[in-house]
Design a protein around this ligand. Sequence first.
Ligand code: ADP
Ligand code: UVW
Ligand code: MG
Length: 398
Amino acid sequence: MRDGILVINAGSSSIKFSLYISDGDDKPLLSCKGQVEGINVAPHFIAKAPHGGVLNEQRWPDQPNLSHSALFKYMIQWIEAQLGDAELKAAGHRVVHGGSLYSQPLLINDDLMAELETLVPLAPLHQPHNLAPIKALKEVHPELLQVACFDTAFHRSNPWTAQSFALPRKITGEGVKRYGFHGLSYEYIARQLRQIAPAVARGRVVVCHLGSGASMCAIHEGKSIASTMGFTALDGLPMGTRTGTLDAGVVLYLLQQKGMTAKEIEDMLYKQSGLIGVSGVSNDMRVLLESSEPHATEAVELFVYRISRELGSLAAAMGGIDALVFTAGIGEHSPQVRERVCKHAEWLGVEMDDEANQRGAQMISTMESPVSVWVVPTDEEMMIAKHTREVLQSVKVA
Ligand SMILES: Nc1ncnc2c1ncn2[C@@H]1O[C@H](COP(=O)(O)OP(=O)(O)O)[C@@H](O)[C@H]1O
Ligand SMILES: CC(=O)OP(=O)(O)O
Ligand SMILES: [Mg+2]
């Protein structure tokens, strides 16, 4: 009997899935992947084969407000029809916030769900959407094993200095500290590096995960040492719609002087800032790079500047840097952003090979560059599938 593992990575306007099939001890093999996007605007389901061929596509032009749960049910029915002779054994979910308690992937039960609900205010853009499909799947398949894989877990190896704010001990003791996110992506990259360049993987590496959400992580000997995101996924780099690092005094000013409500401030910091806020044009890096609007150009400039500053900080946290890695939507696909970051990083010993960068080669630094530079596509879903299978195996053994 072949085993099916369903991976769900749910966001505010999209639910992404990947279905993996494995025979016994084999590594999980991707069977198909896809997403429902445009939720609440113009829902669109698309499913693709591993190499990109479209398997199914569906739109609901007459029902733009079709609910998350109705769309999710459509998706699950389609996925189940693809199983063939395989049996759906488990579902693995990306859960962005694991708080201070959870540093390992875990089998989901009612107690864990109740704990994860308490973390919703710490990740309002992600956590409610991560938890909704777990509940929806439980309704359809009450017996299915479901596993939570946390974006915060990989960073639990950070020294206390990297995890702490200089707040009174009492507040820190309540869990107000730096957690870091995109951990599933960083864990995947660390593993990939061990295969691509084992010597590099043993060294001091800064990984730039530049997607809609963006962060950077200092990884030494495969372990996270520090990262740019903090208590929430607002901290660090400016993102598509999020501010990144902000003087906490600005929040006080907005509250006390501008009379804004907490909800208004939350919307501003999470949804109206970053690339969209600075450019007034778009949160999409492709659009900004092609735009001739001065504010679009400035948004890209600020993004690159903040990456460059954080690079210095993360290199300092490791006492130096041996390699720089780019990943996620912008990191994998934008030679222009990579070039500009590398130019700023020449002082650290980064020498980019322009031709390799334009070509999108795996290594994009010169052979002589003291710091090597790499482009490594991330795969959070594969990491979740691996973790889910491990949890499944441990349940079988127990
Ligand atoms: N060719 C490209 N050049 C520049 N940016 C790109 C390119 N392709 C995708 N992106 C950017 O990648 C970002 C989305 O990254 P992605 O990792 O898919 O994000 P998420 O998974 O968080 O939604 C968007 O800002 C998009 O503009
Ligand atoms: C944690 C985070 O920012 O995730 P995403 O990039 O999916 O928004
Ligand atoms: Mg992402």
